[in-house]
Design a protein around this ligand. Structure first.
Ligand code: GDP
Length: 397
């Protein structure tokens, strides 16, 4: 586990190597436990936490959010996770679970390559689970599944361990049915969820534990043990021997694609320019040496630095002082002032950001959410962000 300054150094090293990056979002129906999962992942993994973010639940940093108790701001946080002896950088974008903020889910899905779909074990999939899953699949964002609140299944519904496994199996089947219906090609090409392969994890975000089949094989913590410990109220045993952040982040690193793997598939869907151009080739290859191609997915305001544009860098590298163009705006250079990554409410400046990362920059005066930024004066812009809400209405955001 790395913390504070050391962690920032590690993050900046890992940022340069897209093979070791995972850009992910957690998507869920409201109240299924997304905030609890995010917070516990952050406190469990090697993250930029106390020093930078204070002790508050920093995925919910916005005052309005806290007042309303729902997550609005799609903030961004980076974690370092070690898997099989190798460090990975997990960039997690927070996504709102409330249906009114569907547009924010859309933006977040443009920036990431993978999604942890969280479903409450007791409630099962709900309408917003379908909406956010559809959004992810439309953006060619690969899903894994986390079934939460397993403690409630055992302690409130008092199911036995066989019934528990049957119920969990039903949730997996339902989510698979949705994936198949929404993107059959991806489903047939390995995106079908399969607990035995480790693309599903089960647990309790609240009590900080989780299991997956690969982790069970490693740790010896079987469903039977989970059941018995839950019944006995010994959540501490599970949190210690089967920690939530380790199990969930192992699943993320092992099964969600890195930017090099994800971009060829994603660029074909989110960018309709000529793939034979310099920028086309470079985006498909996630090439840090190619022309800059970035899509702005969020604009926020910093009292000191002014407008901060956050977005996914699909090609090229960003450095302070670079002159860039905003497609669709007047053809004048916007000069980058600060180049950084967003970690909760704080931005951390770095020297350079390479393709495959999520960047937070200042100086792009002409950018708005949805803008395509390039070092080229002209390039085909990314497809506009469209939010698909039920049943067929399409709203541009
Ligand atoms: P969000 O709306 O998806 O962000 O949901 P929250 O994280 O705010 O959780 C909603 C409620 O469910 C809160 O009261 C949490 O304490 C509770 N909760 C979250 N995860 C679990 C869990 O694993 N078990 C139980 N029993 N409650 C949980």
């Amino acid at each position: 586990m790395v913390r504070g300054k050391k962690s920032i150094e590690r993050v900046t090293e890992l940022m340069k190597d897209p093979k070791h990056i995972r850009n992910i979002g957690i998507v869920a129906h409201i109240d299924h436990g997304k905030t609890t999962l995010s917070d516990n992942l952050l406190s469990g993994a090697g993250i930029i936490s106390e020093e930078l973010a204070g002790k508050q639940l920093f995925m919910d940093s916005d005052e309005e959010e806290q007042a309303r108790g729902i997550t609005i701001d799609a903030s961004n946080v980076s974690m370092v996770h070690e898997y099989e002896g190798v460090d990975y950088l997990v960039n997690m974008i927070d996504t709102p679970g409330h249906v009114d903020f569907g547009g924010d889910v859309t933006r977040a899905m443009r920036a990431v390559d993978g999604a942890v779909v969280l479903v409450d074990a007791v409630e099962g999939t709900m309408p917003q689970t379908e909406t956010v899953l559809r959004q992810a699949l439309k953006e060619q964002v690969r899903p894994v599944l986390f079934i939460n609140k397993v403690d409630r299944l055992i302690n409130e519904l008092k199911v036995d361990d066989t019934e528990m496994q049957i119920r969990l199996g039903k949730v997996i089947d339902k989510v698979n049915k949705l994936i198949k219906g929404m993107n059959e090609e991806a489903y047939n090409n390995g995106w079908k969820l399969d607990a035995s392969k480790g693309t599903v994890a089960f647990g309790s975000a609240l009590y900080n534990w989780a299991v997956s089949v690969p982790f069970m094989q490693k740790s010896g913590i079987s469903f039977k043990v989970v059941y018995e410990k839950c019944r006995a109220g010994d959540m501490k045993y599970l949190a210690k021997n089967s920690p939530l952040s380790e199990v969930v982040l192992d699943m993320v690193v092992r099964h969600l694609p890195n930017p090099l793997e994800a971009q060829p598939r994603r660029v074909n869907v989110i960018w309709h320019g000529d793939k034979e151009t310099k920028e086309g080739k470079s985006m498909l290859a996630c090439d840090p040496k190619g022309p800059v191609a970035m899509m702005v997915t969020d604009i926020s305001f910093d009292p000191h630095a002014g407008e901060v544009a956050t977005g996914r860098l699909f090609s090229g590298s960003l450095k302070r002082g670079d002159g860039l163009y905003v497609m669709g705006a007047a053809k004048k250079e916007n000069r980058l002032q600060q180049v950084g990554i967003f970690m909760g409410p704080k931005r951390v400046e770095v020297e350079e950001i390479v393709a495959g990362n999520i960047a937070a920059v200042t100086g792009l005066k002409d950018a708005i959410v949805g803008s395509t930024i390039s070092s080229l004066m002209e390039m085909t812009p990314f497809e506009s962000l469209k939010h698909y809400s039920e049943p067929v209405m399409t709203v541009a955001v």
